[in-house]
Design a protein around this ligand. Structure first.
Ligand code: PMP
Length: 394
């Protein structure tokens, strides 16, 4: 628990909504939709998550993690995974605390750690050249175990893990997760596990949840996103799953910031999961269909980029794909005395001259490392076929 939470954990609304729900009184001050009936969807629901949604999430994650969960204390709904991340850093990080971030990383981690007064400590995934003639895969980007271990010390509060990783598409292997888990246990460090792309894994690969490794449940907060899970990013429904000893502090941040997420969106997501749970593992399941569809789009994009002279890195997961743009150096005019990375200049040139949008990889590195990784751009293939030309889909 961070110091900013001291003395701010009580909340009158939380207390009285709970009482009203327990005793089924008519709450005239604040109409709530605890029952999930249609006409109630315009009203407030439970602050920490609409009951039908936290219940179905608990049921699903019990299956995925192989352990019992209490929907009221082990699950909390957020406004997208973004708010879940923000709550985590505010809940646990104090001035002087260090948080390890694996590069390349989803950009907001760095700023959110800094906003919480913490110091981000970066450790890069290092690319290894693939065997002769083979295309590079996101699996060729690896953590150096000694380098990772050297980042842990007595100031380390947490490590952020994002598997499958945005922007690289890397799906961390069991061995890599065990390495991280062992260091977390050894140094008593929390793991903030951003798993928003958990269902987007290709080529029969398995997404392994670090919380299921020995010693990790008690120190991990799993973060997920309905936006990514159901390809409906505008809904902004996310969640945290973890032990009550951690989630209680996340609830304190939530009740003092957002307090409540849109009821109708939560109900819709709950219904989506109810259907998925019924179809779990069957061919009609969206979680089975979606990666199948996306894998085709991935393969098409890999072929097209390869034919165009860019060297794609085949992602094992997510709907992002990095491509090496070194071959295009002569197309983009040099800007003397500019410290803007080449990939950023290239991406701007490409959108202006070719109508094709992509994000420079350097945007996913800290300031000091940007220029070490500035010859890749990130494409998004989730809506390939819908948007053929132009249109930034991020
Ligand atoms: N984490 C990662 C790795 C993401 O890529 C995104 C969205 N791009 C988020 C979190 C935020 O998800 P949401 O839209 O549910 O807030």
């Amino acid at each position: 628990q961070s110091r900013r939470l001291e003395g701010v954990d009580k909340n009158i609304w939380v207390e009285f909504v709970k009482l009203a729900a327990t005793y089924s009184t008519v709450n005239l001050g604040q109409v709530t939709a605890l029952s999930g009936e249609n006409h109630m969807l315009h009203q407030y629901t439970r602050a920490f998550g609409h009951p039908p949604l936290v219940k179905i999430l608990a049921q699903l994650f019990e299956k995925l993690l192989g352990q019992e969960l209490d929907p009221m204390t082990n699950v909390m709904v957020t406004v997208g995974a973004y708010q879940a991340l923000f709550c985590c850093f505010q809940a646990f990080v104090d001035e002087g605390d260090e948080v390890i971030i694996i590069e390349p990383f989803f950009d907001c981690y760095e700023q959110m750690v800094t906003m919480a007064g913490g110091t981000p400590v970066f450790v890069p995934l290092r690319p290894k050249a693939p065997e002769n003639g083979k295309m590079m895969s996101s699996a060729d980007w690896k953590l150096d175990s000694a380098e990772l271990a050297s980042k842990f010390n007595e100031r380390t509060k947490a490590i952020v893990l994002n598997s499958p990783n945005n922007p690289l598409g890397k799906v961390f292997s069991r061995g890599e997760l065990e390495l991280i888990a062992d260091l977390c246990v050894k140094h008593d460090v929390l793991c903030i596990s951003d798993e928003v792309y958990e269902w987007l894994v290709y080529d029969g690969k398995e997404h392994i949840r670090i919380a299921s490794l020995p010693g990790m449940w008690d120190r991990t907060v799993i973060i997920g996103s309905a936006g990514k899970t159901f390809s409906a990013t505008g809904w902004k429904v996310g969640w945290t799953v973890g032990p009550n000893r951690l989630l209680q502090h996340i609830r304190t941040v939530h009740q003092n910031s957002v307090y409540h997420c849109a009821t109708a969106a939560q109900e819709a997501v709950a219904q989506g999961f109810q259907r998925e749970l019924m179809l779990y593992g069957k061919p009609d399941s969206y979680f089975v269909q979606l990666p199948k569809e996306l894998q085709k789009k991935r393969d098409w994009l890999v072929q097209s980029l390869d034919a165009a002279g860019m060297k794609p890195i085949i992602p094992e997961g997510t709907y992002f794909l990095l491509a090496d743009i070194s071959n295009f150096k002569s197309d983009v005019p040099d800007v003397p005395n500019s410290d803007e990375p080449y990939d950023s200049r290239f991406a701007k040139w490409m959108v202006k001259n070719k109508g094709l949008a992509a994000i420079p990889l350097s945007a996913f590195y800290c300031g000091a490392h940007k220029n070490n990784y500035s010859h890749f751009i990130r494409f998004c293939f989730v809506r390939l076929g819908v948007i053929i030309r132009g249109g930034l889909v991020v």
